[in-house]
Design a protein around this ligand. Structure first.
Ligand code: AMP
Ligand code: GLY
Length: 434
């Protein structure tokens, strides 16, 4: 047992900027013997060996765990968790000592089913937007409920829809049409067989990250994500165009409300309802006139928030993750940097709609010593060159004592990188930077 704590062989599942930042953080641990990322990207090879595994093929993952003597799996995206990867290994007595960082299927329903999450919040007295959920057999009631709300109207597919299942409609007619498309037209496939209709919350969003062993928890540095493609928060939603941490408006008084009204009741609610939960919990919040409301839970870290959160964690990340497995997170200190982190995501022109890939990334060798380049959609070409291979291509993070300085540094580094048709937002952090 001690052996695996001190010479940990770790497998990260996933391939984006989030997994790059996790790989970077874990690679700094004094307890690491060997790190693998499956499938990884061109950048993760700086810190880990990439393995060509499909994170959703649990049998394939299991074979690799046996072959390489893996002690810990860190699950980056939600899908393997919602599909039960943690349960899969728990069910096999041979893997009793294997740490799987991420909740079991039941806990992962906090992200896998919006209705489950909302009902849980209601039972636990956690502030969230008023809501009701409906299936096709209750279309008339759903329309009635919509009519009783004020615009704009928020409609959410109950199940996982690759981050696209939330529609915000400006008027009642478009909301009713969207509702029919979701329930009757299967707009998001089976994910929209049930639809949650919510009251619209007006405010500023914030991402709060909790690491928990089920009994104890640590609140990690919070972050703000920039979801829209266009400057000034315009245009369609993306996976995220940049992030900053800390978030100036999330002062001690606000974070105390978050802890007392949301984090504690969430962890206590899960225990009371015997829902086992360990790993990361990402709470998407709306700051409504100084009061936090939960928009959603995710059962993983955020992307691109991880790219500004991980660099601010000074504790050995494997100490924290082993404590999650050992259920003694209270015994480990979370040390964070007072510095601000700014992350700018560079994307393929056209994203989030269609875009071209396969362009060479130039200038990566010119980046400053303290710049962190977290690859997202990249792959290594035949000559060892780095090629764009996705919508979100690479995230650049810099730290500095003040956020303005961190942003200036990050943009200076971004200016050194070039690839055909690249795009990035030039206003990340501007709204919160005074
Ligand atoms: P989600 O996919 O659940 O993260 O939702 C996508 C985005 O929709 C969120 O990041 C919010 O910007 C917005 N959103 C979701 N629910 C609400 C709500 N009740 N009020 C206002 N905005 C919302
Ligand atoms: N950045 C938002 C997310 O990871 O869902």
């Amino acid at each position: 047992m001690e052996q695996q704590r001190d010479k940990s062989r770790v497998l990260i599942l996933g391939s984006g900027g989030r997994e790059s930042a996790l790989a970077w953080a874990i690679a700094r641990s004094k307890h690491l013997e060997k790190l693998f990322v499956a499938p990884g990207n061109a950048g993760t090879t700086q810190w880990a060996e990439n393995v060509d595994l499909n994170p959703l093929n649990f049998a394939e993952v299991k074979d690799f765990v046996i072959r390489e003597g893996i002690h810990m799996i860190v699950v980056g995206p939600e899908e393997p968790l919602v599909k039960g990867i943690h349960d899969y290994f728990l069910a096999d007595a041979n893997f009793r000592d294997l740490a799987v960082i991420g909740p079991c299927k039941e806990g992962a329903r906090l992200e896998g089913s919006k209705q489950f999450a909302k009902d849980f919040m209601q039972r636990s007295g956690i502030p969230t937007a008023a809501y009701a959920s409906f299936d096709l057999s209750h279309l008339a009631e759903a329309k009635q409920f919509l009519a009783g709300l004020k615009p704009p109207y928020v409609l959410k597919a109950d199940g996982l829809a690759a981050g696209k299942g939330v529609l915000i409609e400006p008027d009642l007619a478009s909301a009713e049409a969207a509702l029919e498309e979701m329930l009757a037209g299967h707009k998001f496939g089976a994910a929209s067989d049930k639809v949650v209709i919510e009251e619209f919350l007006q405010g500023v969003e914030l991402s709060v990250f909790v690491l928990t062993d089920g009994l104890h928890y640590k609140i990690l540095p919070e972050a703000k994500d920039y979801k829209k493609i266009g400057e000034g928060d315009t245009g369609p939603n993306t996976g995220g165009m940049g992030s900053v941490s800390p978030v100036p408006f999330a002062d001690a008084a606000f974070m105390e409300k978050v802890e007392n009204r949301i984090v504690k009741p969430t962890i206590e609610g899960l225990r009371r309802e015997h829902i086992p939960y360990s790993g990361f919990l990402f709470i998407g919040l709306m700051n409504v006139d100084g009061d936090p409301y939960v928009i959603e839970y995710n059962v993983r870290m955020g992307d691109p928030e991880t790219e500004s959160v991980m660099p601010r964690i000074e504790s050995d990340v494997l100490d924290l993750l082993w404590a999650v497995h050992d259920r003694n997170l209270d015994q480990v200190e979370l040390k964070t940097s007072p510095d601000a982190a700014a992350c700018v995501m560079m994307v393929s022109g056209g994203y989030p709609a269609s875009y071209e890939k396969g362009f060479v990334l130039e200038g990566l060798d010119k980046l400053g010593q303290d710049a962190l380049a977290f690859h997202a959609g990249t792959k290594t070409g035949a000559q060892g060159e780095v090629l764009s291979a996705g919508g979100r291509v690479i995230a650049v993070t810099c730290l500095a004592p003040a956020l303005g300085e961190a942003l200036a540094k990050a943009y200076a580094e971004v200016g050194k990188i070039g690839f055909e048709k690249m795009y990035y937002r030039k206003d990340i952090g501007k709204d919160v930077c005074r």
